[in-house]
Design a binder for this molecule. Structure first.
Ligand SMILES: *Cc1c(COP(=O)(O)O)cnc(C)c1O
Length: 434
């Protein structure tokens, strides 16, 4: 008789996990207030009082800045747009290189390409999966203009070492904190550790407003540039009396009053949602770390992790089976979250493929069909997007790492006990997978 569900046995969990919804009456009231005002957005793309947007936008920006203890918070319509603004403000352009992690959501690297700068991929840390300072140092050239660090899964990057490298070489640090709202490095919030930080408010993040983002910085000059890029810079610079035209090609990255009103309510909930998430992580880690083939929950010294995902390293030598087989067997024992049935069971192998292995980098086709910006004559460096350039990233993706979302704040102890039972069942019956 087969025991494991993947082989036809009984599943551990037969009902959906409880729905994870962070919006409610407060957000309904906020949206109602905006709709009744009749002004769903107040932005004007010219130099005018309304260049800075409406009341909800301004309040969200000041509340966000206060919460995260940073001078400027600038609302935009996605973290992708926010990253584009950040690279634009850094001054990077054709001929320049931007060092970035390959183990992240695609937009972290695309942000460089949007300004015709070349993404140079450095490897990640074995334990924390963030950019490895040693690998960054190996990738530095006289063309390097910025470093895009990612607080991946909610783990703050090695701010002390990477900021020191940036300072020494006069580079801008852009921190992609999309997965790390509320995480901390010592007493400083993730997102405020570099020169510019970018948060995300998309549906899948800790808190959300549909789509949206806040870009934060303590630097007045960078803040000005980001606000210009958000809102049709080229049509504003002259009247605003702005002299540098570098990257002052503007977009419409404006957030609406509706999203800002929802985001303001969501910010009030961040603390409680994060506490619950961390409590759940602790409960799961206590039990799952007893399984010999798993390494789970490592947090950088003096840091608070935000656990957007719960990353787990898998030792196939100890398990005697491949990671993907093990993870698929766990998934078969469990069920999706209610309302997210179409996303499947919330566990997956390998996170994203190392970005440089995607077709755009392999074929050097981005703008048009002639290789721009990779083969631009202004670029004097040597591209290398070959398999093998970031061995740790590749090993994590193809062999060792998997991640799951069973720490979401809607999970009860009983739900987590089912998850723990599923892991123990698969571990104890792993011969069935060979
Ligand atoms: C979600 C995410 C983004 C993009 O966020 P959007 O708001 O959807 O544009 C960027 N970087 C990382 C690491 C993310 O997780």
């Amino acid at each position: 008789m087969k025991k494991l569900a993947i082989n036809g046995g009984q599943k551990i969990k037969t009902e959906l996990f409880p729905e994870y919804v962070t919006v409610g009456q407060e957000e309904i009231k906020a949206v109602e207030r905006v709709i009744k005002s009749g002004k769903l957005s107040r932005f004007l793309g010219v130099w005018h009082e309304d260049f800075y947007g409406g009341e909800e936008i301004r309040k969200l920006e000041s509340e966000w800045a206060e919460y995260f203890n940073v001078k400027h918070a600038i609302a935009v319509n996605s973290a992708t747009s926010g990253l584009y603004c950040a690279v634009g403000a850094s001054g990077a352009g054709p001929g320049d290189e931007v060092i970035v992690s390959p183990f992240t959501m695609t937009a972290s690297a695309t942000a460089a390409l949007v300004y015709n700068a070349i993404p140079v991929f450095a490897d990640i840390e074995e334990d924390y999966f963030c950019l490895d300072p040693n690998s960054i140092e190996e990738r530095l050239t006289e063309r390097t203009k910025a470093i895009i660090v990612v607080d991946i899964f909610g783990q703050p990057y090695d701010a002390e070492r990477i900021n020191a490298i940036a300072k020494k070489h006069n580079l801008i640090v852009i921190e992609d904190a999309a997965q790390a709202p509320g995480a901390k490095y010592k007493d400083k919030f993730a997102g405020t550790l570099g020169d510019i930080g970018v948060f995300s408010l998309n549906y899948h993040k800790h808190i959300h407003c549909g789509e949206g983002s806040l870009v934060v910085t303590d630097n007045d000059e960078l803040a000005d540039k980001i606000r210009l890029i958000r809102n049709h810079a080229e049509a504003v610079v002259e009247a605003k009396g702005y002299s540098s035209l570098v990257n002052m090609l503007g977009f419409n990255y404006r957030m609406t009053e509706l999203e800002a009103a929802v985001a303001r309510e969501q910010l009030k909930k961040l603390n409680g949602l994060l506490d619950k998430r961390l409590e759940n992580v602790e409960y799961l880690c206590n039990e799952l770390s007893k399984i010999p083939c798993l390494k789970i929950g490592k947090v950088r010294k003096n840091c608070k992790h935000a656990f957007y995902d719960l990353p787990i390293k898998f030792d196939k030598k100890i398990a005697g089976v491949f990671r993907d087989k093990f993870v698929n067997a766990i998934a078969s024992e469990l069920m999706p979250f209610k309302l997210r049935e179409n996303e499947g069971v919330a566990i997956g192998s390998g996170y994203v493929k190392p970005l440089y292995l995607e077709p755009m980098y392999q074929n050097l086709i981005a703008y048009g069909d002639k290789g721009c910006p990779f083969k631009c004559t202004m670029y004097k460096g040597e591209l290398n997007y070959s398999k093998g350039i970031c061995p740790v990233t590749e090993r994590m993706h193809y062999e060792e790492l998997f991640s799951m979302e069973f720490m979401l704040p809607s999970m009860t102890k009983n739900d987590m006990d089912d998850v723990i039972r599923a892991f123990n069942k698969v571990w104890e019956n792993r011969e069935e997978l060979i």
